[in-house]
Ligand binder design. Structure first.
Ligand SMILES: [Zn+2]
Length: 247
């Protein structure tokens, strides 16, 4: 059976059970007062009828705390909060984004999960934000390699789509330490003036830097122990060494 056939990717009740099991291993915790003592599940509740759902939608995972008398769900205080998307769709999106090092674009999620592009963009943004490490100590170090990669995702409002171009997309610069963490940054455009300050601020100068052949990195070798770049066209790795810079 494939991972994707797991019930929590398809069934809302199973999705809640799965997330509750991860976030509340000792049982439900009240979001408002932290009480773990007395609470009860409010089952069978439905949202207000709407045009789209005349009978409302079943509400899952709702609890009421007996200590503070307030209602809570496992989504509160997490990235799943304030979203109308079903939890099992969130779990599919998380799986897709975590399973791929290169990341998944909002467009891919939009098509694969059959949700609106707007919802997909929101999901992507929230998940990336959550995956971002809050540790701002430099990545890499002596003997370590950090890869820099630009990706073009989504769609910038009001920018025409040109065939083969990427000006109409959001530019994201991702730094990936081999065998370590990744950090992503949204920039206006992949230009030396935008990208290099991020690279310098986040990567220890003792690191080996690995980039693509883009001209924006042409002076990067002077800042790091070494600079290797992949020439996509020829599939070769070439390197520039500037050992004298760090005597
Ligand atoms: Zn409470």
């Amino acid at each position: 059976m494939s991972v994707l056939s797991r019930p929590y990717f398809h069934d809302e009740a199973a999705a809640f059970e799965h997330v509750e099991g991860m976030l509340w291993p000792q049982g439900p915790v009240c979001f408002h007062c932290g009480s773990m003592e007395k609470h009860y599940a409010l089952k069978g509740g439905r949202t207000k009828p709407s045009k789209k759902n005349p009978h409302g939608i079943e509400i899952h995972g709702l609890y009421k705390c007996s200590d503070c008398r307030k209602k809570f769900t496992v989504r509160m205080g997490t990235i799943f909060e304030e979203s109308k998307l079903p939890l099992h769709i969130w779990l599919q999106a998380l799986h897709a984004m975590c399973a791929s090092k290169k990341g998944v674009s909002a467009h891919q999620l939009h098509r694969a999960l059959e949700i609106t592009y707007k919802s997909a963009w929101f999901l992507c943004h929230r998940i990336r934000e959550a995956m971002r490490s809050d540790d701002f100590t430099p990545m890499g170090g002596a003997g370590k390699t950090v890869e820099v990669d630009e990706t073009y995702i989504g769609r910038l409002a009001g920018t025409p789509v040109k065939k083969g171009g990427s000006a109409h997309k959001n530019t994201v610069v991702t730094l990936v330490e081999r065998g370590g963490n990744a950090r992503s940054f949204h920039v206006d455009a992949a230009r030396m003036g935008n990208v290099m300050p991020i690279v310098r601020a986040n990567i220890a100068k003792e690191s080996a830097l690995m980039t693509d052949e883009s001209g924006i990195y042409r002076r990067a070798g002077q800042d790091f122990a070494s600079h290797e770049f992949v020439t996509h066209f020829q599939g070769r790795i070439r390197s520039r060494q500037y050992p004298h810079q760090h005597d």
